[in-house]
Design a protein around this ligand. Structure first.
Ligand SMILES: Cc1cc2nc3c(=O)[nH]c(=O)nc-3n(C[C@H](O)[C@H](O)[C@H](O)COP(=O)(O)OP(=O)(O)OC[C@H]3O[C@@H](n4cnc5c(N)ncnc54)[C@H](O)[C@@H]3O)c2cc1C
Length: 422
């Protein structure tokens, strides 16, 4: 089977690259082994929240020039990243995904907003999906009283942590639980009582209306109501309707994974890619590439066996250790599909830090690439292969808060190179 471009991996980077290339007339195939980081995401996109030395970043674009030369943003260039950033809301809007950011007096320099995490802390974010609230500041909290509502028996939303986080900032909190018949029926099987199970039930109009009505009745002078982000799975507009029903500001806070906003984003992006004519091979793993004169000539998959998939260009978007795009052995880090050269500290003691919340070395492992994201294999550049997303080395996205930004920017940059035949 022949394509213009074959992309390996089904996450954010792969889908953004595939949509852009396919829309430009490329015949694209995405091979996706399984779930990706979107299924676990907060429902917000980070662009840059912190520099290597720990400095907090409020305006990511203004901080790009402080990044090291081998950082993916530095390879793309400040001007180009800024251009991509300005087009992002429109790009995702065209995929049915409405993103919002924190207000900025200079629209060309977006400001980081802050999302309330399920642990009750505040994390910087560039853009958020419809059902995730972004606050302009983590220090200036304008609410006095908050009502935090959970479903009875739903353990992946810890209202107590959220209350503790808000009370530290002077907001008095009341926690209530409620239930409705269909959600109650999930409790007979504890594995079903997860965010996605509840979200499916809450997709039914009578259910979200009953929930909204019960919350409305619980409000007693609170100016903020917090509920778990399990609404609008199929129809994001439900979120707006709930906001209208409830007589206080309503904040939807992410639950422990799986992430309802993240899964909705994945579904919409995949649908957009396929509607543009792209082929998405779900639940299959790319293996056994063939090479000739240093170029990739084909790839196989577990399910297709001996059938070779061929293309002019190949893109690896297999997602770091989490996506199994990298594998760590006791003394080395491997890229398992193409055997590409990887970047990781030689001293194993630097791979992880004992303090869970400090900078973790393993999060910066990645494939070594040139400035156009072409990887090295045995020290030589592979000219018809690109690497994008969290598989690219040169940054610690987890520490920097740049995960989605790096995935999107590298995807757009590589899609442009492919389209322009660079
Ligand atoms: C748990 C978690 C939560 C995160 N939450 C956020 C967040 O809220 N906001 C944020 O900005 N960033 C977040 N990030 C950072 C995240 O890395 C990026 O946001 C981004 O989604 C990464 O996308 P990706 O496409 O590069 O990789 P991934 O999303 O990891 O996707 C990799 C894909 O490749 C597939 N794959 C691997 N090997 C093969 C193969 N051989 N053949 C076929 N397919 C293969 C995997 O199955 C997977 O589908 C999070 C990261 C993790 C790990």
């Amino acid at each position: 089977m022949r394509f213009d471009t074959i992309i390996i991996g089904g996450g954010l980077a792969s889908l953004v690259c595939g949509i852009k290339a396919q829309r430009a007339g490329q015949k694209c195939l995405i091979v996706s082994a399984g779930q990706n980081a979107l299924h676990f995401s907060s429902g917000t996109f980070g662009l840059l929240g912190r520099l290597e030395d720990g400095t907090e970043v409020s305006e990511p674009l203004k901080a790009l020039s402080f990044l090291p030369k081998n950082h993916p943003y530095s390879k793309i260039g400040v001007e180009k990243v800024s251009e991509y950033v300005s087009g992002i809301p429109e790009f995702f809007d065209s995929c049915g995904l409405k993103l919002h950011g924190s207000p900025s007096s200079e629209p060309e320099f977006p400001r980081n907003g802050f999302r309330l995490t399920p642990m009750g802390s505040f994390m910087p974010a560039w853009l958020a999906m419809e059902d995730v609230t972004l606050l302009p500041s983590k220090d200036e909290i304008n609410w006095n009283k908050a009502l935090i509502v959970n479903f009875r028996g739903f353990l992946d939303f810890n209202a107590g942590f959220i209350a503790e986080g808000l009370e530290k900032r002077g907001v008095s909190c009341r926690v209530e639980t409620l239930t409705i018949a269909d959600v109650e029926s999930l409790r007979s099987n504890p594995t079903e009582m997860r965010s996605v199970g509840i979200a499916r039930i809450m997709g039914k109009e009578s259910n979200w209306k009953e929930f909204g009505g019960k919350v409305r009745d619980l409000v007693n002078g609170e100016d903020l109501v917090i509920v778990p982000a399990v609404f609008g799975f199929n129809q994001a507009v439900v979120i707006e309707w709930l906001k209208e029903m409830i007589p206080a500001e309503v904040m939807f806070v992410g639950t422990m994974p799986p992430s309802v906003p993240g899964i909705r984003a994945q579904i919409l992006l995949k649908r957009t890619f396929e509607s543009a004519g792209g082929t998405f091979l779900a639940g299959d793993t790319a293996i056994d590439p063939t090479f000739e004169n240093g170029l990739v000539t084909g790839i196989h998959t577990v399910n297709l066996g001996s059938i070779s998939l061929t293309a002019d260009q190949y893109v690896l978007a297999s997602g770091n250790l989490f996506g199994k795009g990298l594998e760590a052995t006791p003394d080395t880090v491997l890229e398992p599909v193409f055997g590409l050269d990887t970047d990781f500290p030689a001293d194993r003691a630097e791979w992880c830090a004992p303090d869970f919340f400090s900078e973790q070395g393993y999060a910066s492992f990645g494939v070594i690439t040139d400035d156009s994201f072409r990887p090295m294999r045995n020290g030589a550049v592979v000219d018809n292969l690109f690497v994008i997303g969290s598989e690219v080395g040169g940054c610690n996205s987890l520490y920097e808060g740049s995960g989605a930004g790096v995935a999107i920017m590298t995807a757009l940059s590589v899609a442009d190179s492919i389209i322009e035949g660079k």
